[in-house]
Design a binder for this molecule. Structure first.
Ligand SMILES: [Zn+2]
Length: 709
């Protein structure tokens, strides 16, 4: 019931996660599946997982906006849709003419030639691999198999169009024949069914001329019995395969997209079934498509942005090539901006701000070419040209004219409303650049963590503040009642504050945190999140601001106005070694030759930096089976018995050894951000010159001003 994509950092993240790329997918999935076997799955466990997952999907399905507040696109009647169908094959994503154009492009363009070579090598490997078998290693998901079939079929079919080598369709047939004989395509976890249907749609359509009528009949029958039929029963409410058609997250796009492709492939031989499915898919997919508005972000995190938009775009592109129209779906507000998300959520080291369940590997997204062309956004195409490994659709959708441009003219900062995220950087295409990702957001979002207020920080070629990402999807009730017992999903496993920690969730699971202020100027850029709802039981108001000053200094500032005596923790996860200054008010993070200082610009006198392992607090739950976070540690602060406080931490790269004094920003209360420019003070490596008292008095003043509000 839940997507199991794979992370690039699978070693750390174990089973069943997100893939940032359709190829990586396969190796990583097998990796995950292996881990999953270890944890799998007495029947009762699977049942609990299913219940938990259902619960999560239901929560996530709760409308984020009231129905009727957008102009829904009414799909025409089923017969009207099918009447537009082009009769010839191929008609999915590409026509014969498109493939011919690509063959020419490969001769003329060095990028395409390079990609073709890599794809040919992969196709050659596939020729010697055994066809896929029906395997559900974690007791729930066939998904790894569906994706392997999909990847093989795409690769072999595209290579056939490029080279005309008959070995490719022969091998593709073995793959499809094997999967056609599976007992089912695991509809209880409908993603598996949808992805397999997608694979068959491409295999049927792109290689149509290679098949005998008997072979076509085998493919048609399998698609109808194992994919399209079950999907129709889902739309009709007659099957218990999840309510994916009613949700606003990745499940909707993947299921509608995969099934939609099957319907377009068979529209002429199964007109009634295909028409009914397409009408439903066109209506249903609008739900998640509205979630990109207004700025293109995705609340499920970068990994699921990729999964959702892959299938979203495949469906739109399929409608376009097969019917000549997408019925206006791609014009839905915010969708044109979707390509901005991976660009801005990726830091200078090609690591993403991987909030929610996801890895920090780059988002490799061939759909960026399509989005770039559709919305005339060269930056989208440039982005993916630099990251393609490639996927067959990279070749098909690549546009030389677009991708020849540069990304460097884009503004350095961006705010994404809806998901409530802001990212800041000091430059593009420079591995040494400064990068900060910061989020408010909504703890109710599908795949969310209790991570309101968290941030990541890159500088000087190092990621200093990291997000731990997802844990093993097969942990008990990972998507259910036990979700907030897992460290990587709790606030204490993030770079945010925790107030009065205990055994329960350490942020309010229903809380949302808007970015209440955002500004981007060349000298300073910042965002302020109102985190009050996350800590409603413990404090009157909690705000966090993150500022980038002079494109060099990063300030993370919390202003907490407590209700009574509170126990406040401040955490930042880092792989760096940490040295704490004598007075506890500074810390030096070391990674190789690089050093990043953390200085308290303001904090109550008892606040002292300390180093903690990346593990649950003593009172926190700590169930077995969680991934190890041993390679990381936490820079931490603790305020005990405080009624609130200001905690302002300034980060900056230190000059190389030599102990030169540096200029760091002076403390500025959040209410002055955007109104007053930051002043600078002199600091040596482990002290701020005379600033201790200044910081403290400012802090007290700020607190008073908060009290009066
Ligand atoms: Zn997280």
């Amino acid at each position: 019931m839940r997507s199991t994509m794979t992370l690039r950092s699978a070693a750390r993240t174990s089973a069943g996660m997100f893939v940032s790329n359709w190829q990586n997918n396969m190796t990583q999935t097998s990796n995950s599946l292996r881990t999953a076997q270890l944890t799998a799955a007495p029947v009762s466990l699977v049942a609990r997982m299913l219940l938990g997952v259902c619960a999560m999907v239901l929560i996530a399905a709760a409308p984020a906006v009231a129905a009727g507040d957008f102009n829904a696109i009414n799909a025409p009647p089923p017969r009207g849709i099918v009447s537009r169908l082009r009769s010839e094959h191929p008609r999915l994503l590409a026509s014969r003419a498109d493939f011919e154009k690509l063959r020419l492009g490969v001769k003329e363009d060095a990028t395409l030639r390079d990609w073709r070579g890599k794809l040919a090598a992969r196709a050659e490997r596939i020729l010697s691999e055994a066809p896929s078998k029906y395997e559900i290693p974690d007791g729930l998901r066939l998904l790894g198999v569906s994706r392997r079939v999909l990847d093989r079929v795409y690769t072999l079919a595209l290579m056939y169009w490029l080279d005309g080598d008959q070995r490719y369709p022969s091998r593709a047939w073995k793959e499809l024949e094997a999967a056609a004989a599976f007992p089912d395509w695991n509809p209880r976890h409908f993603l598996d069914t949808a992805e397999m249907t997608h694979a068959f749609a491409i295999g049927y359509d792109w290689l149509y001329d290679c098949w005998t009528s008997e072979q076509r009949e085998i493919l048609r029958k399998a698609m109808v019995e194992k994919g399209l039929g079950p999907a129709l029963r889902c739309y009709q409410g007659k099957a218990n395969y999840g309510r994916w058609m009613n949700v606003r997250h990745n499940w909707n796009q993947v299921c509608n997209g995969g099934i939609g492709m099957g319907a377009l492939a068979l529209g002429d031989v199964e007109p009634e079934l295909a028409g009914e499915l397409l009408k439903n898919a066109i209506e249903s997919i609008q739900l998640p498509m509205r979630e990109f508005a207004p700025d293109g972000a995705w609340a499920e995190g970068p990994g699921y942005w990729n999964y959702a938009t892959q299938y979203n775009v495949v469906f739109l592109a399929g409608l376009e090539t097969a019917l000549g129209t997408d019925y206006g779906l791609s014009d839905i507000r915010g969708f044109a901006e979707a390509g901005m998300f991976p660009i801005y959520i990726t830091g200078p080291l090609d690591r993403t701000f991987n909030y929610a369940d996801g890895g920090e590997g780059p988002v490799r997204a061939p759909q960026m070419h399509w989005l770039g062309r559709r919305f005339k956004r060269p930056a989208y195409a440039v982005y993916q040209r630099n990251l393609a490994t490639p996927h067959p659709l990279d070749l098909l959708w690549y546009d030389r004219a677009l991708a020849g441009e540069s990304i460097a003219q884009l503004p350095l900062d961006r705010r994404f409303r809806g998901a409530e995220i802001a990212t800041f950087r000091s430059g593009w295409a420079n591995r040494e650049a400064l990068f900060v990702g910061f989020k408010g957001g909504d703890n109710k979002a599908n795949h969310s963590h209790l991570d309101l207020g968290t941030f990541v920080l890159d500088a000087g070629g190092t990621r200093w503040a990291v997000d731990l990402g997802a844990d093993n999807y097969n942990l008990p009730a990972y998507f259910g009642a036990q979700r907030w017992t897992y460290y990587r999903l709790r606030a204490e496993g993030h770079n945010t504050v925790v107030i009065n920690p205990g055994t329960g969730p350490d942020q309010e699971p229903s809380a949302a945190a808007p970015l209440i202020q955002y500004e981007s100027k060349s000298g300073a850029a910042f965002a302020i999140a109102d985190l009050t709802a996350a800590y409603a039981k413990h404090a009157q108001s909690v705000r966090r601001g993150v500022a980038v000053v002079g494109r060099k200094h990063v300030i993370v500032q919390d202003e907490i106005n407590g209700a009574g005596a509170t126990n406040i923790w401040w955490f930042m996860h880092t792989p760096a070694e940490i040295e704490i200054g004598k007075d506890g008010r500074t810390a030096l993070l070391k990674s190789g030759e690089r050093r990043l200082s953390a200085r308290l610009l303001a904090a109550p006198a008892e606040a002292k930096f300390q180093v903690l392992p990346a593990r649950p607090l003593p009172a926190s739950p700590n169930p077995g089976g969680q991934g190890s976070n041993e390679k990381l540690r936490k820079l931490a602060l603790r305020l005990e018995g405080a009624t609130g406080g200001v905690i302002s931490v300034a980060f900056g790269l230190e000059p190389p050894e030599g102990n030169d004094s540096v200029k760091v920003p002076s403390f500025l209360g959040l209410e002055s951000w955007g109104k007053t420019d930051w002043k600078f003070q002199t600091a040596s490596l482990f002290s701020l010159s005379g600033s201790g008292s200044l910081a403290a008095s400012s802090a007290v003043k700020t607190l008073r001003s908060l009290d009066h509000k």
